[in-house]
Design a protein around this ligand. Structure first.
Ligand code: FE
Ligand code: FE
Length: 300
């Protein structure tokens, strides 16, 4: 494929929403290795066996989830680059380094605080369905099929379900667990600092996913059906991931958290994003760009 010329040599970079996310990514850059886990390490040692197991359980889902999204993102970057969307690709370069840092953060957390290996034992049937099967399949498909349908299915799987529903519910679990442990005098400052940074990065990722899907739907409104079908297909597995965590503790979850609270939270995240994408059916590309620029998404 020959090149016809260069955007930057003709009109320059466009001050678009993806470029805004790119600037935010640079502004909020952080280093997992600068986080101090010493207090967390002492706190972990004081937990009872059940609490230790539940903490490792949550961390194991995150560390592998972050590894999965790091390994699986590249085909999307490739598709966007091939379409010549320079600002989107510039943003996506930061997206990939964010995911690498998330792997590093959760890996450090586990090795430094708990010194545990062999965490795949926590990966349940529903978790495997999403992270071992649906995510790599949807992203890998883009290598041979860059169609808008394939892009929409990939973005729903990656940005709406894995990031928008599962990761968001996971941060909520971290905050709630830390709150309960805090009442017992157990402090986790390093964990919470890192989770907050990860969540801020993730809010940009989800904002990009919404932007990408809205753009695809605005360009081709019939894609809404593809998005809707994919969202509804994956929802039961995503809720299943949440339920599986609690099912693993038939004697009662060690941190006095209830499954219903988290299923409701996950459902709320799903519905929020679903409604947002539904709006794109009647919006123009210009409106989508304008709405995205006016929100402070990615700044959370
Ligand atoms: Fe991540
Ligand atoms: Fe992410």
């Amino acid at each position: 494929m020959l090149r016809e010329g260069f955007q930057t040599a003709r009109v320059g970079l466009k001050d678009s929403f993806p470029l805004q996310l790119y600037h935010k990514a640079k502004k909020y850059f952080w280093d997992p290795r600068s986080i101090d886990f010493s207090v967390d390490k002492e706190s972990f040692a004081t937990l009872d066996e059940g609490q230790k197991e539940a903490s490792l359980h949550l961390a194991s889902l995150f560390v592998a989830g972050e590894e999965a999204v790091t390994l699986d993102l590249l085909p999307l970057v490739q598709v966007i680059a091939r379409e010549g969307r320079l600002e989107e690709e510039m943003y996506l370069t930061t997206f990939l380094v964010d995911e690498a840092k998330h792997v590093e953060f959760f890996d450090l957390l586990i090795r430094e605080v708990a010194q545990e290996a062999d965490l795949e034992r926590f990966h349940s049937v529903n978790y495997k369905k999403i992270f071992y099967e649906e995510l790599p399949k949807a992203m890998g498909r883009l290598l041979d099929d860059p169609s808008p349908e394939a892009q929409a299915e990939a973005a729903v799987t990656y940005n709406m379900i894995v990031e928008g529903v599962l990761a968001e519910t996971g941060y909520y679990a971290y905050y709630r667990a830390a709150e309960l442990l805090g009442q017992q005098g157990v402090k986790l400052p390093g964990t919470l600092e890192g989770v907050r940074y990860v969540q801020r990065d993730e809010s940009r990722h989800i904002a990009y996913g919404i932007y990408l899907l809205s753009r695809l739907i605005a360009e081709n409104p019939s894609l809404w059906e593809v998005v809707e079908r994919r969202m509804n297909y994956l929802l039961p597995y995503a809720l299943g991931v949440v339920q599986d965590i609690f099912r693993a503790y038939p004697q009662g979850f060690p941190l006095q958290l209830e499954v219903g609270e988290f299923v409701n939270y996950a459902m709320g995240q799903f519905q929020k994003r679903y409604r947002r994408l539904e709006l794109a059916r009647s919006q123009s590309l210009k409106e989508i760009e304008q709405i995205a620029l006016e929100t402070d998404e990615g700044d959370a």
